[in-house]
Design a protein around this ligand. Structure first.
Ligand SMILES: N[C@@H](CCC(=O)N[C@@H](CS)C(=O)NCC(=O)O)C(=O)O
Length: 314
């Protein structure tokens, strides 16, 4: 059965950009649902069961939370052209812990520290609730010298990797590693004006690394695939009318003895720690999919990666 790929995202979101580039690389058609940058997201919550981070991918009544699982699923369903060209499949995923955490911390601080007074108060309030700690623009501004150093050093790793003239981080073929790393440079570029980047000293850092600039241009040229808009209400209707199609899959080696049918909650371990509860349908070292019955959306299966998420018994 053909089902559309639906991406719930917002334009400024760097994690969403990863998925948009992956869709572009695979030349896929997809439906775009532009969600609000801040809560509430009333048409999305019935599909995710409370997971509130961005992006979320929906295919029928199967819902994928976090870019790790979204990229894994896209690769699984649409293997050609591959995002895992071979030889570095483990490191490719491991790299996201650098790009999505330490590297992202530097770019988040630089983006909001530089935007300063133009960050809207409702956004600050929303992100403070998300983190369970003040989203402190002044502290980010004060941290800028350190964050600039970190940003430069991280970009210099990319530069060093490209130093032998290779087009992509792992050689001749683009991989998810490129998409992970690109996200942070894209974030700085698209959320700060050129003037802001210059005054924050960021443009100068990037301009000193021509191989990084050329690599960035190559990824930008990939584009976003074939995107058509749909409303969040239409996406919710798709999820409500569809049945989840995830087959049951046990993991005989699950180190905690978890099995399909067990009731669990799955919660991010860093921020936005909203537990999503359901019954395990499918699991492995790298994924867990849980079935839930939502009063609005009916039956959905919500998929998460294992790394970065805490699974607890319910
Ligand atoms: N580990 C997550 C991180 C996603 C993330 O932090 N996204 C940001 C936006 S780029 C977010 O969720 N912000 C709060 C929100 O949108 O509610 C992933 O890989 O998808």
């Amino acid at each position: 059965m053909h089902q559309d790929i639906i991406l719930h995202h917002f334009e400024e979101s760097p994690f969403s950009e990863k998925v948009r580039v992956a869709l572009g690389f695979k030349g896929l058609p997809w439906r775009s649902v532009r969600i609000s940058r801040i809560m509430p997201r009333p048409d999305l919550m019935p599909l995710t069961g409370g997971y509130r981070r961005t992006p979320v991918m929906q295919i029928g009544a199967d819902v994928y939370c976090d870019t790790q699982i979204i990229l894994r699923e896209l690769e699984h369903r649409f293997p050609e052209p591959t995002l895992l060209p071979g030889g570095n499949d483990g490191l490719t995923w491991a790299l996201s812990h650098w790009t999505d955490r330490a590297f992202f911390q530097s770019t988040v601080n630089l983006v909001f520290g530089t935007q300063g007074p133009r960050v809207p108060q409702d956004f600050i309030d929303d992100r403070s609730r998300l983190r369970g700690a003040p989203f402190d623009i002044e502290a980010m501004r004060n941290a800028a010298p350190h964050m600039r150093d970190q940003f430069r050093a991280y970009l210099a790793w990319i530069d060093a990797q490209l130093a032998d003239g290779r087009p992509w981080l792992f050689g001749d073929a683009l991989s998810i590693a490129d998409i992970h790393a690109y996200m942070n440079l894209w974030y700085i570029r698209s959320n700060l004006t050129e003037q802001e980047r210059l005054s924050a000293g960021l443009e100068q850092i990037v301009d000193a690394m021509p191989a990084v600039l050329a690599w960035e241009a190559r990824i930008r040229a990939i584009g976003h695939g074939r995107r058509t808009e749909m409303t969040s209400a239409e996406a919710l209707a798709v999820g409500t009318q569809a049945e989840p199609l995830t087959p049951v899959l046990a993991d005989m080696r699950d180190p905690n003895g978890r099995k399909p049918g067990h009731r669990v909650a799955v919660t991010p371990d860093d921020y936005g720690k909203v537990p999503v509860e359901g019954e395990i349908v499918s699991l492995s070292a790298h994924h867990i999919a849980i079935r839930r019955i939502d009063p609005v959306a009916g039956a959905t299966v919500v998929h998460f990666p294992r790394v970065g998420f805490i699974v607890t018994d319910r």
